[in-house]
Design a protein around this ligand. Structure first.
Ligand code: MSP
Length: 580
């Protein structure tokens, strides 16, 4: 993706000194954990494809980092409090606690179905979370950063907020998006947000990759310049009681963001409430080993929630600048240009798609057809098109024909690692066009053999995945599968089999194909773990780790690791064609 800069400030596998003895030498080093979080979804309604996208993206990044050998901790969960949930529960005629239990289960079920494997699950009604939220609020209250005030003015019942003149349209009226407007006078608690405005601006000026992609950082900076007032953080219980009670005033609950955002630290081992004021450095090592996180969120909750409230909250409770999280902001899945959402009424049910096409196919489409950071239009036809072109006709076909030929011509045996190559240098150059088309490769670089080409493909893949450009990484793997098929077309193994003078070179072809498949399986494993296992199973490779994530490692994506005389299995269709 053009315009992206390298993003590895906090997340290059940072090393922490474990022990420094009196001799001053480093005795042991332990890699720091790569911590990934997602937004926590509202539990007022079941998940849709937009929610599924974000969690699959986080799961793919998690799996990719593990593929690279990093220790990863992946946190996701649900946002269970608030007005929306209270209203939905009332509508359903059940208590909010019961209502969120049911909806939460739908999210849990979906992540299981889609192979989204998290290490910790955040539920904001849990005691563990409440304790941290209340501890933080008490501390800010004691320090005078939270105060009580009376506000009066026009209030939007639908959007649950006081309106200012900024919200008026050119005709001086509040638009229909605010719903019913009433004049209200209410006491509430406020957090001194504006007091930290200069800090935030300076922080953003000094940290060019606080938000990725970079155009989102610009958007945040502009918004930060406009910070004026403080943040209302409470609701009187008379209006909303489905929330966490303020520790210093029983008549109020805290409203939305203090409750929701805190999950990122409360479920990672942050402690609050045990002592009056816990500095960052006094936090348990289990927490500090993880923090700061790479936080994956949608573009609608960057400003003001994560970019302004959250960063300022962390600063206010004493997180140093080098412990601020990095925000990876994704775009939306739209339907005909409009955001897929419950309120618009255009949601697509991920359960239905996963049942129809399988988890891998849905994951593949969601990662392949959107550029990280941008919007895309969801279309089931596109899903089928992508699946048939990239998976059924290309990768599945390559696997099928390779194993068939190995079985037919060599009884499954991939003979000794050949010295020569299957094709002529000119033919490899022709195949290399698939990879050259991705750009960035100097024309002076030549690809006289398949190993050099595969090395280049892996490099491109890593470069993309390191920058969270998952779609580009998959572009590499689909080109890789295509040039695998081109090898078959050029080499015509069937004619070599019949020609006694060229028969020996048949082994070379089979080796190149089987080895390509082994490497492709590794590269697709973060996005399609089931298919990757399927390929390894059919190659009869690393069977002792069958079904386990450790079966795949980027270090193994090196040409020539398939040993002499390896015997592969029978082909089983991995991606049967979807007939429209
Ligand atoms: N509960 C808050 C977030 C609190 S985080 C401390 C919330 N919930 S949400 O359910 O409305 O959205 C959860 C995430 O899903 C957000 O990151 C949001 O951007 C994402 N998506 C919701 N609809 C989406 C699409 N149509 N497309 C892609 N992602 C979108 O906001």
């Amino acid at each position: 993706m053009t315009g992206w800069k390298p993003v590895f400030r906090a997340h290059a596998p940072a090393r922490r000194l474990l022990y420094s003895g009196s001799l001053g030498s480093v005795s042991a080093q332990m890699p720091k954990t790569f911590f990934i979080t997602t937004a926590i979804d509202y539990t007022n309604s079941p998940p849709h494809v937009g929610h599924a996208y974000e969690k699959v993206l986080a799961d793919v990044i998690t799996r990719y980092r593990r593929l690279k050998g990093d220790n990863v901790f992946f946190l996701t969960g649900v946002d269970q409090h608030g007005q929306k949930v209270q209203q939905s529960a009332a509508k359903a005629g059940i208590a909010p606690a019961e209502f969120v239990k049911e909806t939460t289960q739908k999210f849990v079920d979906l992540w299981k179905k889609l192979d989204v494997q998290y290490d910790e699950w955040a539920e904001t009604t849990s005691d563990r979370h409440k304790k941290v939220v209340q501890g933080i609020l008490q501390r800010l209250f004691d320090e005078g950063q939270v105060y009580k005030d009376k506000q009066s003015g026009y209030y939007s019942v639908r959007q649950e907020q006081f309106l200012t003149d900024k919200e008026r349209g050119s005709d001086g009226e509040f638009g229909p998006e605010w719903g019913e407007i009433e004049f209200r006078e209410e006491e509430n608690y406020y957090f001194k947000l504006s007091q930290h405005k200069e800090w935030l601006l300076k922080f953003l000026d000094n940290r060019a990759d606080a938000v990725i992609p970079d155009f989102r950082q610009t958007e945040l900076h502009n918004a930060a310049e406009r910070i004026t007032g403080d943040l209302c953080i409470s609701r009187p219980k008379s209006r909303l009681d489905w929330g966490i009670e303020l520790p210093f005033d029983k008549d109020f609950v805290t409203y939305v963001w203090f409750d929701a955002l805190t999950n990122y630290i409360s479920f990672a081992g942050y402690t609050a409430g045990e002592a009056d004021s816990l500095p960052y450095n006094a936090q348990p090592s289990t927490f500090r080993d993880k923090w700061p996180a790479l936080q994956i969120i949608g573009k609608d909750i960057l400003v003001p929630a994560h970019g302004i409230y959250w960063l300022i909250m962390l600063h206010a409770i004493g997180f140093p600048n080098d412990q601020m999280p990095q925000l990876l902001v994704h775009g939306w899945w739209n339907i005909g240009g409009a955001k897929m959402s419950k309120s618009v009424g255009n949601i697509v049910d991920p359960f239905v798609l996963a049942d129809k096409y399988g988890a891998d196919a849905l994951r593949y489409y969601l990662m392949r057809d959107i550029t990280t950071g941008k919007d895309a239009d969801f279309s089931e036809e596109r899903l089928i098109e992508r699946y048939n072109a990239d998976l059924a006709n290309s990768l599945g076909n390559l696997l099928n024909r390779t194993l068939n030929m190995a079985k037919r011509y060599r009884d499954g045996k991939i003979n000794p690692k050949p010295k020569e190559t299957a094709l002529t240098p000119e033919q490899y150059e022709k195949i290399a066009e698939e990879i050259r088309a991705m750009g960035k490769i100097p024309v002076t670089t030549t690809f006289p053999s398949l190993s050099s080409l595969v090395e280049q493909a892996v490099r491109l893949y890593v470069g993309s995945a390191d920058n969270y450009e998952v779609d580009r990484g998959l572009d590499v793997t689909s080109r890789f599968a295509r040039f695998g098929n081109q090898i078959v077309d050029f080499a015509e193994p069937w004619s070599r089999f019949k020609d006694p003078n060229r028969e020996a070179t048949l082994d070379v072809v089979l080796y190149e194909l089987a080895e390509s498949l082994r490497i492709i399986a590794i590269l697709i494993s973060p996005v399609m773990p089931r298919a990757a296992h399927g390929i390894f199973d059919q190659l009869i490779w690393k069977m002792e780790l069958s079904g386990k994530e450790e079966r795949f490692s980027l270090a193994d994506a090196e040409w020539g690791r398939l040993p002499d005389g390896h015997v592969v299995g029978k082909p089983v269709p991995l991606f049967p064609r979807i007939e429209g």
